[in-house]
Design a protein around this ligand. Structure first.
Ligand code: HEM
Length: 450
């Protein structure tokens, strides 16, 4: 018994010494200090598991800069599938006819559904569940086309639990075998093309689409919920937005209203700011890149060639030096950019990542979220059935999400603000990109390119 215990203590001590030696030998003295390494490599993992979505924020207050256990192999010379991916999908998601078709389709789906809800006089819904369903249908109709597998409620159920993966693979196999993607968006066609070019079979393509559909849905759906939550729980934001958005609504002689989405995109900076402020407050993403050469950050910290640099958005989004004393407050107009007014540095907003891994889906996602929010604000009043707006916590949300899933749902009563007649939607032709991230801002993009 005693010798068994001594052996176990011996093994633990030897493991500890080995881990410490591995840490020390792989780290240059000029590199940023290691974080919470009472047990090297293990403590950060345990902390991350225990503290979940609060992990990075807490680490920042420890004055730490590096997750030493993130060092990886050499990705700087990879010309394979993953590194080629952007070349294929970025064109399909950039401003142009392909993206235009996707945007229009998703908005039509949303408008039709809200028309039906207004006609029936509103409803009481679980807010997160309802928004998730609306955005899931709108996004997947836009991407997968008329043979969208998510039209079958069984597919939505499977996606929600993510447990019925083999069932979903079978559905995707049928979708690709029957060449249904040919009637879908440029995006889904591009994703099939890269797989074909890399000689990936249709069976594997079906499996890969499990991940592809995650990228399309996993952030847009909770993101839309949080935007709606912040708008409707704040009477000032709601009033400001209604005033601004109603300028883009036209009523014809028969009393039929039309929302011009070009107005929402081009002339409603408060809505874009509300969306970005929601992302500032809630983002969980961690941008990751590889140092291509040795680099001295701030002339102080060495980033060694080949090492992985991880930049959690939550740390940047809660930096008091950047956002000022109101950093902990939600301010819907904080990110309105006005000529001659010095606002926060646009580079500080990292909701969609940045640099080479900047989210290519940001224009599609932002357009969809803004248009849904605009229609909801214009057409409905929302009342929580408990009588009070209480923000659900999000401690259980998976860290792989860039935007968190609320820990619990709650009911809201939706009451139409009008006579329930259908509203039309139109685009009067504005096709410029919105200034979502620094890379989209004409005066900032060239600085970032250097
Ligand atoms: C509000 C919704 C969304 C948020 C917050 C979001 C956030 C992000 C973030 C933070 C990254 C960068 C990850 C990194 O730096 O490693 C990313 C990458 C990516 N996103 Fe999104 N995303 C959203 C919607 C979408 C949509 C709708 C699509 C597709 C239609 C999409 C496709 C992608 C792809 C393909 C990448 C990988 C880019 C690359 O590494 O080249 N995203 N997204």
């Amino acid at each position: 018994m005693f010798s068994g215990l001594s052996a176990a203590v011996g093994v633990l001590a030897a493991t500890y010494i080995l881990l410490l030696a591995a840490l020390r030998s792989s780290q240059d003295a000029e590199e940023p200090p290691s974080i919470s390494y009472s047990i090297p490599f293990i403590t950060p993992m345990l902390n991350m598991a225990a503290k979940g979505t609060k992990f990075h924020r807490l680490m920042r207050s420890n004055d730490c800069c590096q997750l030493d256990w993130c060092q990886q192999g050499d990705l700087t010379s990879d010309h394979g599938y993953l590194m080629s991916f952007p070349k294929y999908v970025h064109a399909a998601l950039s401003t142009g006819p392909g993206l235009g078709v996707m945007n229009r389709r998703s908005i039509q789906v949303i408008a039709k559904s809200l028309n039906a809800l207004a006609r029936q006089g509103g409803a009481t819904v679980d807010m997160f569940t309802w928004i998730r369903h609306e955005l899931l249908l709108a996004s997947t109709e836009a991407v997968y086309g008329p043979r969208n597998p998510f039209r079958d409620p069984a597919m939505e159920e499977a996606w929600k639990s993510f447990k019925a993966r083999e069932y979903m693979v079978k559905v995707w196999e049928q979708y690709f075998d029957e060449r249904s993607f040919e009637q879908g968006s440029e995006l889904i066609k591009a994703r099939v093309k890269i797989n074909d070019d890399f000689q990936i079979s249709r069976k594997e393509t079906a499996r890969i689409e499990l991940g592809g559909s995650q990228a399309i849905l996993s952030n847009t759906l909770p993101g839309t919920f949080w935007v709606a939550y912040h708008i409707f729980s704040d009477p000032v934001a709601l009033k400001d937005l209604r005033e601004a958005l109603s300028k883009g609504v036209y009523t014809d002689d028969n009393g039929v209203r039309t929302v011009d989405f070009s107005h929402v995109k081009s002339s409603c900076p408060i809505l874009l700011s509300t969306f970005k402020e929601t992302m500032r407050v809630h983002s969980l993403s961690t941008a990751t890149c590889i140092a291509m050469e040795d680099y001295k950050l701030n002339n102080e910290y060495l980033l060694k060639k080949g090492s992985t640099v991880m930049m959690p958005a939550t740390v940047q989004h809660t930096n008091r030096d950047v956002w000022g004393s109101t950093v902990d407050d939600f301010m819907h107009k904080r990110l309105v950019r006005e000529p001659g007014v010095k606002g926060p540095n646009p580079i500080a907003f990292r909701g969609f990542g940045g640099g080479t891994t900047l989210c290519p889906g940001r224009h599609f996602a932002s357009t969809e979220i803004l248009m849904f929010s605009a229609l909801l604000v214009l057409r409905f009043d929302l009342y929580p059935v408990t009588g009070k707006w209480v923000a659900p916590p999000m401690t259980k949300s998976p860290l792989v999400n860039a935007l968190p899933i609320p820990d619990w749902d709650f009911q809201v009563e939706m009451r139409p603000r009008d006579d329930g007649k259908p509203w039309n939607v139109c685009f009067s032709g504005y096709d410029k990109d919105m200034e979502i991230v620094a890379e989209d801002i004409e005066s900032v993009a060239p600085i970032l390119a250097h």
